[in-house]
Structure formats: structure tokens, C-alpha cells
Design a protein around this ligand. Structure first.
Ligand SMILES: C[S@@+](CC[C@H](N)C(=O)[O-])C[C@H]1O[C@@H](n2cnc3c(N)ncnc32)[C@H](O)[C@@H]1O
Length: 222
């Protein structure tokens, strides 16, 4: 097992786009919905965990004149995203080590990436600080169910989806489970809200949900 989540994804860059759709139910719908909830008028946008650029492409489609900064720990992933989005600024970095200019982004977006960060309180303070007043943080991610039973149901639904004919091999599914054990830090929705509120965010909502996946909306007050 690779020692960081970035190394895990970097090693799978060629198969990533097919694999993510095979293992995340309604992946494209989730990205489309996230983009639909982005407030209008963004000029400067930060994306965390760009991967091959699937969300960033949709965001660029909605805000064609905006400056995009794309952050990912895996240089292999950012190389693919960079080819698809040559106008964007790629930054190879871990989220935990990011130093961002204060009050300089209108939007922060992310998909299926923030659960790799253990200290979300610190991350949310950093993201709040880099947003302009009125700016929004909108991210899709894997959430911990409110109870062990609810989480178990979500988890089994995910594994059943992976094991559908033509989706993932048993070896791939096992590698997701090993990856989750080694690198994932799931947080319940309620705790996300508490941490976001403590960082100063308002207008907290979960605007879409499907099994373990959800989209969270938060805003820095104007
Ligand atoms: C599951 S992929 C999601 C990619 C893309 N957002 C999508 O929706 O397809 C997670 C991405 O986050 C990156 N990543 C994971 N942990 C990270 C960290 N701590 N710092 C920076 N990037 C990280 C990985 O390299 C990977 O490209």
C-alpha cells in the first residue's frame, strides 16, 4: 500500500476516470449538481484534489473567464488535468501544507478529496481565510453515517455497486478497502457543520446526498 493518498491515486492515473465511475454511483450527477450550487460571478477559484480534472472542467465550463488554481498531491494526476485545462494554475501540494493568500478566492470547490484530511478544523480555518467575504466553499465527499447502522448500510451499498457486473474486479474493490483503512478520515455531516461554523462559515447545508456521498455548501459572511 502506498504511503499517502496522493501516491495511491498517482499510481492509478491511467485507469482513474473509468474506475471512479465504476465505484462511485452517480458520480457525474454529483459533479453536475455541485456546479449547479456554485454562486454566480466567481473570478478566482481554488480546487482541492483535482485528480484528472473532471470537476475542474465542469467548473471552468460554468466560469469560463475565471482564474483556476488546482491543487493535488499527485503530480501524475495534475499532469492530466493540466493537459485538459491549460489555462489553469496547477499546484502540487498536500492540503495540510497549503499556504494560501488571504481573502483571495471567490470559490473553493472539491470532490471526493477532503476525507483524506484528518484535521478538518485546521483545514476549514485555512479555507475560510483564503475566501473573500461572501465567498463559498462547496464540496462533494464521503460522509460518515450518523450511526454505525446507517454507515454500515451506506458502506454495503457502495461495495454492492463496486461488485456489479462490469464495474470493479475483486482485486480493485479490495484495494479501495485497503486504501480507506490506510488513508480515509470520514466525518459525520453534523460534525462537518460544527467545524465549519467554528471556522466562521454560515449558510451550511447538505444540498445533495446519495448513500455515503454528499455535497456540503458553506459561505463566508459578506
Ligand atoms: C478520489 S480523487 C478525486 C479526484 C477528482 N476531484 C474527482 O472528483 O474525480 C482524490 C484526489 O485527491 C488527492 N489527494 C488526496 N489526499 C490529498 C492531500 N492530503 N493533499 C492533496 N491532494 C490529495 C489525490 O491525489 C487524488 O487526486
Amino acid at each position: 500500500m502506498e504511503s499517502t493518498a496522493g501516491e495511491y491515486f498517482g499510481a492509478r492515473v491511467r485507469e482513474y476516470d473509468a474506475l471512479i465511475r465504476a465505484c462511485v454511483p452517480r458520480y457525474d450527477e454529483m459533479l453536475e449538481r455541485l456546479v449547479a450550487y456554485l454562486p454566480a460571478g466567481a473570478e478566482r477559484i481554488l480546487e482541492l484534489g483535482t485528480g484528472t480534472g473532471n470537476l475542474a472542467l465542469a467548473v471552468a465550463g460554468r466560469f469560463p473567464a475565471a482564474q483556476l488554481m488546482l491543487v493535488d498531491a499527485a503530480p501524475e494526476m495534475l499532469a492530466v488535468a493540466g493537459e485538459r485545462l491549460p489555462q489553469a494554475e496547477p499546484i502540487v501540494a498536500r492540503f495540510e501544507a497549503l499556504e494560501l493568500p488571504a481573502a483571495s478566492f471567490d470559490l473553493v470547490t472539491s470532490a471526493i478529496s477532503l476525507h483524506h484530511v484528518e484535521d478538518k478544523a485546521a483545514l476549514y480555518r485555512t479555507l475560510y481565510g483564503c475566501l473573500r467575504p461572501g465567498g463559498a466553499l462547496v464540496f462533494a465527499d464521503q460522509l460518515l453515517g450518523r450511526t454505525a447502522d446507517l454507515h454500515g448500510l451506506n458502506w454495503e451499498a457502495w461495495l454492492a455497486h463496486c461488485r456489479l457486473p462490469g464495474h470493479c474486479t475483486e482485486e480493485q474493490t479490495q484495494s479501495f478497502l485497503d486504501h480507506a483503512e490506510a488513508h480515509d478520515h470520514y466525518t459525520p455531516l453534523e460534525e462537518h457543520f460544527e467545524l465549519l461554523r467554528a471556522a466562521g462559515f454560515v449558510e451550511l447545508d447538505c444540498v445533495w446526498r446519495n448513500w455515503i456521498w454528499g455535497i456540503v455548501h458553506a459561505r463566508r459572511p459578506s
